[in-house]
Design a protein around this ligand. Structure first.
Ligand code: THU
Length: 128
């Protein structure tokens, strides 16, 4: 169990940096790495729509590029939707950096934090 509220506050802060002129759907994410550091990210869209990156992967890639290899928890927030859940691609990317723990995923629904596990979102994930 981690400081879920702190993680959600960081995801909220990150959502303010969202670059989403096409969907107008802002998302922010924060990632707690095994060493205790928190990384944040937002969705970054592109005129060539397929180049868009989700907030979760933005935060995870920031963490990995700083040397992290194990994720403990991810918080996701959108000011545009309650209970903003990770897309399938982001679930698979989380799975890649899951250690012995089952990653905790935190969303917010009507002001209440919801905590679920990656194994609920992605049973039988792929790993080489
Ligand atoms: N988006 C995320 O940032 N995370 C998700 O898990 C789902 C979707 C973004 C991508 C795009 O910029 C916008 O939300 C609408 O799909």
């Amino acid at each position: 169990m981690y400081d879920y509220k702190l993680l959600m506050d960081k995801a909220k802060e990150a959502s303010k940096m969202s670059y989403s002129p096409f969907s107008r759907f802002a998302v922010g994410a924060s990632v707690l790495a095994s060493g205790g550091k928190i990384y944040t990210g937002c969705n970054v869209e592109n005129s060539s729509f397929g180049m868009t990156i989700c907030a979760e992967r933005c935060a995870i890639f920031k963490a990995v590029s700083e040397g992290e290899r194990e994720i403990l928890a991810v918080a996701i927030y959108s000011p545009n939707a309650d209970d903003c859940n990770p897309c399938g691609a982001c679930r698979q990317v989380m799975y890649e950096f899951q250690g012995d723990n089952d990653i905790e995923i935190i969303t917010e629904n009507m002001g209440e934090l919801v905590v679920r596990r990656l194994s609920e979102y992605l049973p039988y994930g792929f790993k080489i």
